[in-house]
Structures are given as C-alpha cells and as structure tokens.
Design a protein around this ligand. Structure first.
Ligand code: ADE
Length: 295
C-alpha cells in the first residue's frame, strides 16, 4: 500500500482528475490520492499506460478510471471533462500534470516545436482547468494544482518549456483571484530534478548530464516522486484551505545556488521520503543508488 503521511480517508467521496496519470509524478499522485479515498480519473494520451495504472490502483484497493484525451485538443478536453463529470457527478480536484518537452537551444526551435511544447505545458493545462471550473467546480468549489518546473532564472536548452511553465505560474495567480469567488483554490507545484520515468524520455547524450544533477542541488540528491506527490496532496487538502495563488517549490534548494558560493557537500544528506510502493528507478539512474532518492 501507498505510505502517505496524510490521514486515511482524507479524500473519501471526492473525485480527483490527474492528467499525465499514466506515468511518473502523475501516476504516483494518482496512487496517493486513491489511497486516501479519492476516485481518480486518469487522463492521458496513451490508453495502455492509463489502463496499467488503473489496474495497479484497483489492485491496491482504490478506485480509478481511464480517459484517453489529448489536452491540446479543446473539443476533446470539453468532452472528457463532461464524461468524467457525467460518470462521477462531481469533480473536486484537478492535478494539471501532463507535460513534456524536448531538449534544444532556442536558436534551433521551430515555430511548430515551440507551439507543441506551449500547447502541452500551458494551453492544455488552461483548457483542463477552465473546463473543470465551468462544468463542475463552479457549483461546489474545488482545488487545482498545476505542475510546473524549476525554470526560475531561465531553463537553458528547454526555453519553450520554461516559457510555458512560467506562463502557468502566472495563470495560477490569475485563476486564484478569479475563481476564489467559487470556492476554487488554484496553486502550483514546481518540482526540481525528480527520479522519475520522465528521465528516460531524454536522448542518450543527456544521460551524463542527468546523472550529475544531484551535485547541483544543495540537498544533494534527486527528489522521489512521492516527495512531489505529498506537496500536491497537501495543496489539494483541507489543510491548505487558505492557500491559493502560490507556487510551492520542491527542488532541494536548487534555485538558491549562487555562483561564487561553493556548494558545501551535504554531511548527512536529507533522507528521502519514498511512500510510493510501486516507484521504479529510471533506467538512466540504475546503478546510481547513492546519488538518487532510492526508489
Ligand atoms: N501528456 C503529455 N502530453 C499530453 C497531451 N498532449 N495530452 C494528454 N496527456 C499528455
């Protein structure tokens, strides 16, 4: 079973939509929410991955359903949210987690590549949030968490993603203001380097860069997926009832590194919290146990 730090039954009777629920942080968060009683609607493009996560959750005693949807497609988002609302009768939580990018310096990014990344990481999240608000949350409130990234100060070789995710932070702030009147809270979580399946999506030439990431983080390691999930779950929970419009960094202090201040090696490290019983070590980090969060 998932070892959540949160109270059993915290989300009992609630419906949570998790985009990008077929892998990585989305899969982990879906498991944690289901373990706390939520019925989870897994949204993503890949039917097989969604079905596999649904099976995992059901085998763990939870409730989950899969909805294949390309979040870049406005009509598909409208229809998917209508289907989820129709089948469940409510939507209490949205985790806008689906995302993705490809590494490239700005000078080599075509308009098509730029648009694709912005649509996935900004427009798609906006559409999901707008539809959950208009179709469901306007009536009885809710909570939205947008997953962004550690793009503070720029995101070299991922400029399209950094721009989109910075846009998402600002969207979070506007939506927090506009939707507070409906009892809808809107926050964001900005993960740093997470030991997650997403790392295996990058080309082989990035492997050494990926493996050296912990040396650039004051806490000296990768995050476990469960450390991001617990931040998301906190912001969705009643414990965060007065928090809206904020972005919670989960990055081991990486943006606080300053050129000219040598990084002290962590003496004890910071022990990872890994509550996810089905966490898998990304292939690129296998054999690196002492340098990552220890899936
Ligand atoms: N995950 C990554 N990109 C996605 C998209 N366009 N739609 C749904 N899930 C996604």
């Amino acid at each position: 079973m998932y070892r959540s730090v949160f109270r059993p039954g915290l989300f009992q009777g609630q419906v949570a939509v998790v985009t990008g629920g077929g892998s990585g942080i989305g899969r982990c968060t879906a498991h944690e929410l289901a373990s706390l009683g939520a019925a989870v609607a897994l949204v993503g493009r890949n039917a097989e991955k969604l079905a596999a996560v649904r099976t995992e959750i059901v085998e763990a005693g939870g409730t989950a359903h899969a909805y294949v949807c390309n979040i870049r497609d406005e009509a598909a988002v409208q229809a998917t949210v209508a289907q989820i609302y129709g089948e469940h009768g409510r939507i209490d939580a949205l985790v806008n987690n689906a995302g993705g990018q490809f590494p490239a310096p700005l000078k080599d990014i075509s308009a098509k590549g730029w648009e694709a990344v912005v649509q996935t990481n900004l427009t798609g999240g906006f559409l999901m949030a707008r539809e959950c608000l208009n179709q469901a949350m306007q009536q009885r409130g809710g909570a939205i968490v947008n997953i962004v990234a550690d793009m503070w100060g720029g995101m070299p070789n991922m400029g399209h993603s950094g721009a989109a995710r910075a846009g998402m932070v600002n969207l979070t702030e506007t939506a927090a203001f506009e939707w507070a009147q409906y009892g809808v809270r809107v926050n964001a979580v900005a993960p740093g380097y997470v030991a997650s399946s997403g790392m295996d999506a990058y080309p082989p030439w990035m492997a050494e860069t990926i493996r050296s990431m912990p040396s650039t983080v004051p806490l000296g390691r990768f995050a476990a997926e469960a450390e991001v999930s617990s931040a998301i779950v906190y912001l969705l929970s009643e414990a965060a009832a007065f928090i809206t419009g904020t972005t919670l960094r989960v990055d081991g202090g990486r943006p606080n590194v300053r050129p000219g201040s040598p990084m002290p090696a962590p003496r004890h490290g910071a022990a990872p919290f890994n509550g996810f019983h089905l966490a898998v070590t990304p292939k690129v980090l296998q054999g690196e146990e002492d340098r990552h969060a220890g899936a």
